[in-house]
Design a protein. Structure first.
Lengths: 197, 241
């Protein structure tokens, strides 16, 4: 999440004060991402330095200082909205590593490890759904933020389900399990999928 | 207060000999009135069997099922049939509405089958539809309704009258995610008004509408979620950069 571009977006609606920007940012993201005052001002200072916003009064400081977006800021915002985020090279997923490691550790029931993580993720999903269930239905900003988290977490659960199903087909002695994480496989996949090392 | 639904060491075996399938193995489950429980598990984990046995549509091989504190095994066939009509509501993935009846008649049907007069039953049906925002669809036939509307009619039918237990098998499986969510929202609301609900699903997003999620694997309950913490706990990681 880019605070920088979120602030530009809020200023694209019209000039605003620093304090107002912070409140609107939090309201617009369903108050799931609290922002401290320092972050808002540091970001605004950098935006001003880069010529993307300008303040109406160079003397005033603090919450009463007003800001507006510049033409360059508008262009930057428009470009950012249309630039795909970096989804091609995911960071190494800690959960994947844990399950791969669990396969190799003697005496560890991988299904149990998978279930611990599944339960944890589902509990998080229950919390997010709880936020949505309590919120007024017209609060679209909140619903969108919560949906994004829910779909991401659902993806994790589906991966765990698939892992469980795959591992169930392995012979009970686990011999194939150790072979399944042949040391050759990871670097090869790592290279092909662009996994960061 | 006794649980609205209680399963005690319930097992179910289908077939025998080499083709024997153990669908449920000593399952214990207790659901209070006012609580929505989701049962999650992969295909073949025993989810649907758990639901049909809970709803007295099928008998366990061993163990005991109690609905509203009463053991199903101690009831006559007629008593069990009456319990199904009066106390238990079912919602299925494919809605199971009768094509020849309009929405209101579909919802009123369980009451009429139970001997309630037609006029009273239809009034109760209309009231249930109103509660789900479907009053203007009351005289439409199922093929004149959207998928989401059909499932809402099915939910109205499941909660009409004085039902204590609501059982749903992949209730939003055929719907898109926003309509699926609407269905779960309604089931949750119905439960929070006092009904006990069990919904089986393999979909974590739908299960997350439940107060408690029970995980089933190879016919056994292997785990369940703790009571969800309040939303404030989501804030602990702090702002994202």
């Amino acid at each position: 999440m880019s605070v920088r571009h979120a602030l530009l977006a809020l200023l694209s609606e019209g000039p605003k004060y620093g304090l107002q920007l912070r409140q609107e940012f939090e309201a617009g993201t369903g108050e799931v991402w609290p922002l401290n005052v320092g972050q808002v001002y540091t970001t605004l200072q950098r935006l001003e330095r880069d010529g993307l916003v300008e303040s109406d009064d160079a003397e005033a400081e603090g919450p009463q200082k007003g800001f507006r977006i510049t033409a360059a800021g508008g262009t930057e915002l428009a470009e950012w909205l249309r630039t795909p985020p970096d989804m091609a090279s995911p960071p190494r997923d800690e959960l994947v590593i844990k399950v791969l490691v669990a396969l190799r550790v003697p005496g560890v029931d991988v299904h149990e490890v998978v279930q611990i993580h599944r339960r944890h993720v589902v509990e998080m999903m229950q919390q997010y759904t709880g936020v949505k269930a309590e919120a007024p239905e017209h609060d679209v900003g909140l619903a969108l933020v919560v949906d994004a988290e829910l779909f991401r977490l659902e993806g994790v659960v589906r991966w765990l389900d698939a892992a469980d199903a795959r591992l169930k087909r392995l012979p009970a002695d686990g011999s194939a399990a150790a072979g399944a994480v042949s040391p050759r496989v990871s670097p090869r996949l790592g290279g092909r999928l662009g996994v960061r090392r | 207060m006794s649980a609205a639904l209680e399963l005690r060491r319930v097992s179910k075996v289908y077939g025998s000999g080499p083709s024997e399938v153990q669908a449920l193995r000593e399952v214990d489950l207790s659901v209070r009135g006012g609580e929505l429980v989701a049962v999650m598990g992969p295909s073949g984990s025993g989810k649907s069997t758990l639901l049909t046995i809970s709803g007295s549509l099928e008998e366990p091989t061993s163990g005991e099922v109690l609905v509203g504190g009463a053991a199903l095994s101690g009831m006559s066939r007629n008593d069990r049939a009456r319990l199904r009509r009066r106390s238990i509501g079912y919602v299925f993935q494919d809605f199971n509405l009768l094509a020849g009846l309009n929405a209101m008649e579909n919802v009123a049907l369980p009451l009429e089958l139970d001997g309630v007069g037609g006029k009273t039953a239809r009034a109760a049906g209309l009231a249930a539809l109103e509660e789900l925002g479907l009053a203007d669809r009351a005289v439409r036939y199922p093929d004149e309704l959207s998928g989401g509307e059909r499932q809402r009619v099915a939910i109205a039918r499941a909660v009409v009258g004085d039902r204590h237990l609501l059982l749903a098998d992949e209730p939003s499986g055929a719907l898109d995610s926003v309509n699926g969510e609407a269905v779960m929202r309604l089931l949750r609301a119905a439960c929070h008004r006092g009904v006990a609900g069990v919904v089986v699903t393999h979909d974590a997003r739908l299960a997350s509408w439940a107060d408690r999620v029970v995980f089933l694997r190879d016919g056994r309950v292997v785990d369940q979620t703790a009571s969800p913490a309040g939303p404030e706990s989501l804030l602990i990681p702090g702002p994202k950069p």
